[in-house]
Design a protein around this ligand. Structure first.
Ligand code: ADP
Length: 492
């Protein structure tokens, strides 16, 4: 066999290279994924913690403000309600009219109140801020100063009341210090990152090993296959994809091995098949030159042999051409409406003229005008191959019966089939050989008498043609009982 082209990678280090790059990729993706998660965590827990907390706080306050607006009734008992609400939520609640008349004030924060409560200028300023805000409320974070402990959130809004018109509401609440939390989380975060990265490294190492190992194994086997070891086995194992790949490669190896043995057979067959007639042609030509040249009778006999052998040669070359066309996919079936009865009659008539002086009897029983959808040239090829075989293999009586009849189609109600049969009276084919006769280069009896030595391609060509048409076909035969070859085409 031809040496595979030198590929240094195929010989050394291929497996390793593949594994390492796959590993690197898996590692990289794992680390990227982990880093992404860590960044996300870091953003949520550390960077945006403050704003997120304030957002939550603001939302809670909005809820409370809505509650106050809903429940406001202007009564003196309302003071107690506000007081309770303020206590529950740890906030100072101030209600004040548009003209800065205080209505309620729950001083719950030990004097640490909002400066606006006692300052008209500040109140006016905030009233304007609240009114200017499109949202209907105004929020402000007041950072801790020397006199105050911790940051505060001021929330201002207003409601419309019956008694006082527009009443402004200021909710003042301490913001829990986020700073220490962030510090704790940050220090934790460093440890978590290190631990998670280590775990990611370990896991990705094992995963990549799991993934790469079977592939490396398959690569090694594939390299063996490339060197012509067709019996190499691609091992399954690992995961589904590898199993499927192994199956496919095993199948491919089997097919390659088949093709290879077919190629060997082809060379052996053709060289043998071509050499025999060529030897004969040469031998008889020499005989004519040296011995029978002057004897017209002998010369005619010898020339006849030469002609027969040349025919055989050209038939062989034709068959091989046909085969190679089929295998390269050039063979196309162009279906048209064709009169199978007429086609059969013409073919048989042609065979009669050519073969009758050799003593062959062609019996034809054909129902007229059976129309089928087929490629006439291809169908003729199939019928001729059947008849050629019948001529080659028929019995002493040299009878060949061609029948064309109409038959009901079991699968299509009301529709019919044209069934063509070619029967001979020869020695038949043993039941165990019958399925093989359609294979390429298959000959039942390879040491058959020379007169009927064929190529073993005829029926393979017939099969390909009929399969391409989608027609059913088969052979009925038994030893010493003759053979019938048939196909059935749906009638139009
Ligand atoms: P070949 O060129 O050898 O005839 P085919 O493919 O046409 O090749 O046939 C394959 C084999 O099937 C033949 O070698 C022969 O042994 C067997 N065979 C085909 N037709 C007949 C027949 N009518 N009677 C007996 N054997 C046959």
């Amino acid at each position: 066999m031809r040496e595979p082209r030198a590929n240094p990678k195929a010989h050394k280090g291929w497996g390793f290279e593949l594994a390492s790059s796959l590993r690197q990729k898996i590692w990289l993706y794992f680390i990227l994924f982990t880093t992404l998660i860590m960044i996300l965590l870091w953003l949520c827990q550390i960077v945006f913690l403050q704003s997120y907390y304030q957002l939550m706080k603001t939302n809670t306050i909005i809820g409370i403000a809505q509650k106050i607006t809903r429940e406001y009734d202007g009564s003196t008992e309302y003071d107690a309600k506000l007081y309770q609400l303020g206590q529950e939520n740890e906030m100072n609640i101030t209600l004040i009219t548009e003209n800065n008349v205080p209505l309620y004030n729950t001083d719950l924060m030990g004097g640490d109140t909002w400066q606006g409560v006692n300052n008209i200028t500040v109140l006016n300023q905030y009233r304007d801020l609240v009114l200017a805000d499109k949202k209907g409320y105004y929020t402000e974070v007041q950072r801790s100063t020397k006199g105050r402990s911790g940051d505060k959130l001021l929330f201002g809004t207003y409601m419309n009341t019956k008694d006082y018109g527009r009443v402004f509401m200021y909710l003042f609440t301490p913001l829990a210090p986020v700073g220490p939390t962030v510090t704790i989380l940050s220090s934790q975060f460093v440890y978590i990152t290190v631990i998670v990265l280590i775990i990611a490294f370990i896991i990705s190492y094992f995963i990549s090993r799991q993934v790469a190992r079977p592939i490396t194994r398959l690569t090694k086997s594939a390299a063996k296959l490339a060197h012509g070891e067709y019996d190499v086995v691609f091992e399954q194992g690992g995961y589904d994809e590898v199993d499927q790949l192994a199956d496919t490669l095993n199948y491919a190896a089997k097919e390659i091995s088949k093709v290879d043995s077919l190629r060997r057979d082809l060379i052996a067959n053709t060289s043998h098949d071509l050499r025999t007639p060529l030897t004969m042609v040469k031998a008889y030509a020499e005989m004519i030159r040296d011995l029978s040249g002057d004897n017209p009778e002998k010369r005619a006999k010898h020339l006849e042999v030469i002609i027969n052998e040349s025919d055989r040669l050209s038939a062989l070359v034709n068959d091989m051409l046909e085969l190679s066309k089929m295998e390269s996919g050039i063979l196309k079936v162009e279906k048209t409406q064709c009169n199978l009865s007429k086609l059969t009659e013409d073919i048989v008539a042609r065979y009669r003229t050519v073969n009758e002086d050799k003593g062959y009897q062609f019996e034809l029983e054909a129902q007229p005008d059976l129309l089928v959808n087929a490629d006439p040239a291809r169908l003729e090829q199939a019928i001729c191959n059947f008849i050629n075989n019948a001529i080659n293999y028929t019995g002493e009586d040299k009878r060949i019966i061609v029948r064309l009849l109409r038959k009901e189609d079991g699968s299509r109600k009301g529709a019919g089939l044209a069934r063509l049969e070619v029967t001979d009276t020869g020695e038949g084919i043993a039941a165990d050989k019958l399925p093989m006769i359609w294979d390429r280069y298959y000959k039942v009896d390879t040491v058959h008498k020379r007169a009927v030595a064929g190529t073993g391609l005829g029926l393979y060509i017939v099969k390909s043609v009929l399969v391409a048409h989608g027609f059913n076909f088969g052979a009925l035969s038994a030893v010493a009982a003759g053979s019938t070859f048939w196909f059935e085409a749906p009638l139009q």
